[in-house]
Structure formats: structure tokens, C-alpha cells
Design a protein around this ligand. Structure first.
Ligand code: AMP
Length: 220
């Protein structure tokens, strides 16, 4: 099992880029945000616990998240490449999870840091629309659907995530700076951090990441 992380602030394009990489490289995409939104939709125990934090733009407690990821990576974790989007988000999550990865003879092989200027992050988040049914991501001007309000892929209804409202966006960016940025040093020290400019058009960013993920570019 190879483990690749997509790190970066909200609005850096993690979800959109991950979707594009799945189509190009066959990586398996795991988004903790998507997993939590699904849990909330189903009204499961994890969903009920997570909902209040998510609405406020705060992080769901570390043990809940780590357990959820561990369960997913144990079920059917084969020899493929797993692309984790939005996890880990705190040093504590990284420590807890890396201990269990070690027990599976795995480790974080690469950690991409997607970077973009603050104003662009806010512009992307306020214009983001998400499909209620399949989770596909659009943007009112940058990636509009063919028909307003309708998902091109499944015909589902597009909605604005409650945490994509301006007040909550500010909070999420602040939480990122406080809780998640310290992780960057952690992965820099491990020698796996790769900084990627994600302010460019999506295609350019994806092409660069594909080059890193191609077999020839992999370390053994
Ligand atoms: P995202 O879709 O990645 O922007 O995540 C949406 C929300 O889900 C976040 O604002 C958090 O409330 C929660 N969340 C997602 N991933 C994590 C994580 N690794 N740790 C804690 N909370 C998370």
C-alpha cells in the first residue's frame, strides 16, 4: 500500500484535484470531509457527533477521525495507492495514525502541499457548489455545470455546503493556520513534502501531480 497525502488550506482544490487524479492514475481517493458528510446524511453515530463541529467550521475530535480512517484503510486496503484528502489535519492525528500505519508496514510516501493566495481560496470557496447526490464539485464561474444547479454527472441537485458561507470560511482558514500548518514541518522533516502551486488552471496542477504519481517517478 502506498500512501499519498493532499494537504493544503480549504479552497486549495484538494477535492477537485483528487477527483481528476482518480480518473488519470487509478489512485483510491479517501476524503474525510466526504466520509463525514455521508455519515451526517445517514444519521450514524459518527455523523451525529461530527455535525455540530462541521457546521461551525471546527475540527471533529482527533480520535473519531483517526478511527474512521483506520477502519477504511483496513477494509480492503490492497497494494494500491491511497490518496488522502483532508487528513491528517492535526499533529495528533498524524502521530496516532502513523503508529497504526507502521503496524501495517506502511508509511506516508508523499505529502503534496497545495498552495494558493488567500483571496483565491476565499473566491473558490464562496463560489463552490457540490452535488448532493454524488459529491462532484463545481464552481459558479470557474467550473460551471452545463445546466445551472444540476450535476453533469448524475443529474443530482447542486447545493452550497453550509460551511462554505463567508463567516464559516474565515473560521476554517484560521483553524487551518493554527491546527494544520504545524503538520507541514512534520512532513518536511520526513522528507516527503512537495509544494505544488495550485493557483494555476486545474489541468496544469493535475498534470504536475500525475508526473509525481507515475511509476517511474516513485521511489522504491
Ligand atoms: P473538508 O471537506 O475536507 O473541507 O472537511 C469539512 C469539515 O469536516 C471540516 O471543516 C471539519 O469539520 C471536518 N473534517 C474533515 N476532515 C477532518 C479531519 N481530518 N479532522 C477533523 N475534522 C475534519
Amino acid at each position: 500500500m502506498r500512501v499519498v497525502l493532499l494537504l493544503g488550506p480549504p479552497g486549495a482544490g484538494k477535492g477537485t484535484i483528487a477527483e481528476a487524479l482518480v480518473g488519470r492514475t487509478g489512485v483510491v481517493h479517501l476524503s474525510t470531509g466526504d466520509m463525514l458528510r455521508e455519515a451526517v446524511r445517514q444519521g450514524s453515530a459518527v455523523g451525529r457527533q461530527a455535525e455540530t463541529y462541521m457546521k461551525r467550521g471546527e475540527l471533529v475530535p482527533d480520535p473519531v477521525i483517526v478511527r474512521m480512517v483506520e477502519e477504511r484503510l483496513q477494509v480492503g486496503a490492497g497494494g494500491g495507492t491511497y490518496l488522502l484528502d483532508g487528513f491528517p489535519r492535526t499533529l495528533e492525528q498524524a502521530r496516532l495514525w502513523e503508529a497504526s500505519l507502521g503496524r501495517q508496514q506502511a508509511r506516508v510516501n508523499l505529502a503534496f502541499l497545495l498552495e494558493a493566495p488567500h483571496e483565491l481560496l476565499v473566491q473558490r470557496l464562496t463560489g463552490r457548489r457540490t452535488c448532493r447526490r454524488c459529491g462532484a464539485i463545481y464552481h459558479v464561474t470557474n467550473i460551471p455545470p452545463k445546466q445551472a444547479g444540476i450535476c453533469d454527472l448524475c443529474g443530482g441537485e447542486l447545493y452550497q455546503r453550509p460551511d462554505d458561507l463567508e463567516e464559516t470560511i474565515r473560521k476554517r482558514l484560521e483553524v487551518y493556520r493554527r491546527e494544520t500548518e504545524p503538520l507541514l514541518r512534520h512532513y518536511e522533516r520526513q522528507g516527503v513534502l512537495v509544494r505544488i502551486d495550485s493557483s494555476r488552471p486545474l489541468e496544469d496542477t493535475v498534470a504536475e501531480l500525475v508526473r509525481y504519481l507515475e511509476p517511474a517517478a516513485r521511489e522504491s
